[in-house]
Ligand binder design. Structure first.
Ligand code: DHB
Length: 514
């Protein structure tokens, strides 16, 4: 592990005077003002690469410039993770391409709240070693292609084939431990790093290829949650001290659009939401989870849901009582309808015969919430799904601190596990939970909030409650944001079934390339 100690980082910063003050604005030109700017993008430092990307319209042969392993902060804690790659298409199917004003797809490869590096070759998402199984199970492959960060979706490949600039950003994660035992990638490191990457791009507006006013973030699962948070918390001053500590450029970290695939977000409310959603579903083993714990958690959900004051698309209040209906009408039935309509007649007939609980009349699928839950079957996680009593979940680790690997981050689990009815969370936790939760920033109407949102999840994804996605989308819709939210029928965790539509969506919101 190439962790630079704080001392080494300080020494490096001292050896390069005016590092931080040289990067003070978007307009800053670094060396032009006679100062050294370690965050200055060098347009000449690239290699030329080729790739073949399979698109809906056939194969595209792409020649692109690759700027690899650029450290995006002046005082990195760990360069291996705090670095990014920029890919700029210059030729597609033999025709020259000018991507200097193109949208920038900012892809993170965070999975399981683990670190993500883009500097290596090969390997799995989230910095996992080649061949290792990610923590969450299903990881659908993209077309493979040239994504050495191993992004789980094919979005970066298709974006490059569409003539967009692709930036792959690494970030610290919960798995990183220094020689002194300090967990240096736990909350809020991942989001701080992604913000620093955005600031790096802004700082280099005009030097880095692409239009930095059109940064579109994309991520899956924990990476989807971080993508949502990036979109929700743009230019919030809540991260300032963390960003200063790592020498992030002094520039805007607001983004134009946020794409969030199965975001594992709103962690401090995820246990109650999970039991409200999947509480009656058995585990993979066929056993039921602890009924008392499940019921207690589910029992806390209605008050939480009510506190959000959300409205559905018809204007009515979204409550725990009508949430199943809301999901059916807004997402699940339209998703099944689309799926069934696209099937060849014989496949549709077989599907309907195998699923008699689902009605398909006049080209529209209808079913009940209870039947849908039965259809999904086994739940992925035990109870509590996130704040595990034995501190074994990835999220317990994500909220570790210093040399403490894992902590409780909900009062329910803390008190249950310790047996102390009045136990309180560590004093730093409420603030850190906010820094990790897009709902907090949406509630507080952060001015730099992204205007455009693409939100997706599979209907068989029980990594978190569907209400997490539903509430994110509803909150944004209630705020008047431009939201394209949908579910993939019968799809599991990490699915991306309409990547081509996503690229078309980017074209629509930017007007670029039409
Ligand atoms: C991921 C999956 C989870 O179930 C979870 O709790 C956190 C992250 C993931 O796939 O990134």
């Amino acid at each position: 592990m190439r962790r630079r100690t704080m001392l080494a980082a300080l020494a490096a910063a001292t050896a390069t005077p005016l590092v931080a003050s040289a990067c003070d604005s978007q307009e800053d030109k670094g060396s032009e003002s006679g100062t050294s700017d370690t965050l200055r993008f060098d347009p000449e430092k690239f290699t030329t690469e080729t790739a073949t990307v399979t698109t809906a319209d056939g194969e595209r042969k792409i020649t692109y410039r690759q700027y690899k392993g650029i450290v995006y902060v002046a005082k990195p804690v760990d360069e291996q993770y705090q670095s990014l790659n920029v890919k700029v298409p210059v030729e597609i199917d033999g025709a020259a391409v000018d991507a200097s004003k193109a949208p920038i797809l900012l892809s993170n490869n965070i999975a399981g709240y683990m670190s993500g590096s883009v500097t290596g070759t090969g390997g799995m998402p989230g910095g996992l070693p080649p061949g290792a199984t990610p923590p969450s199970g299903t990881v659908p492959g993209g077309p493979g292609g040239f994504n050495d960060g191993g992004n789980r979706t094919s979005n970066p490949d298709l974006a490059l084939a569409a003539g967009y600039v692709v930036v792959e950003a690494g970030a610290r994660g919960r798995d990183l431990v220094a020689a002194d035992g300090v967990y240096y990638g736990v909350a809020p490191a991942a989001i701080v790093d992604l913000k620093a990457a955005v600031r790096y791009l802004r700082h280099n507006s005009g030097r880095v290829p692409g239009n930095t006013d059109w940064i579109v973030s994309t991520g899956v699962s924990a990476g989807g949650a971080m993508s949502a948070l990036l979109g929700a918390s743009g230019d919030s001053d809540r991260y300032d001290s963390y960003l200063t500590d790592i020498g992030a450029a002094d520039a805007s970290d607001a983004i134009f659009a946020s794409a969030d695939y199965c975001p594992i977000a709103d962690l401090e409310h995820a246990d109650m939401a999970y039991e409200w959603n999947w509480g009656g579903n058995p585990l993979q083993s066929g056993e039921q989870v602890d009924r008392t714990v499940s019921r207690e958690l589910a029992g806390a959900f209605p008050a939480y849901q009510a506190s959000l004051n959300l409205r559905g698309r018809d204007g009515s209040a979204l409550t725990a009582d009508n949430y199943g209906e809301h999901l059916l009408r807004t997402y699940l039935q339209p998703s099944a309808t689309k799926y069934l309509k696209a099937l060849p007649d014989s496949d549709r007939d077989s599907y309907l015969a195998a699923n008699p609980w689902l009605r398909f009349d006049n080209g529209t699928a209808t079913f009940t919430w209870a039947d849908y839950l039965t259809h999904v079957g086994a739940r992925k996680k035990n109870v509590p799904a996130f704040d595990a009593f034995d501190l074994s979940s990835g999220e317990n680790n994500e909220f570790g601190n210093g040399t403490t690997k894992a902590r409780h981050f909900t009062l329910y689990s803390l008190r249950h596990a310790t047996g102390e009815a009045n136990a309180q969370l560590d004093s730093d936790l409420p603030g850190k939970l906010e820094l990790m939760n897009p709902m907090y920033f949406l509630d507080n109407q952060t001015p730099g909030r992204a205007e455009h949102w693409w939100i997706r999840v599979g209907t068989k994804d029980s990594d978190t409650s569907l209400t997490v996605v539903g509430n994110l989308a509803a909150k944004l819709e209630n705020l008047g944001a431009n939201v394209d939210a949908a579910m993939y029928w019968d799809a599991g965790h990490g699915s991306n079934e309409d990547a081509a539509d996503f690229i078309t969506w980017i074209r629509g919101i930017t007007g670029y390339g039409r």
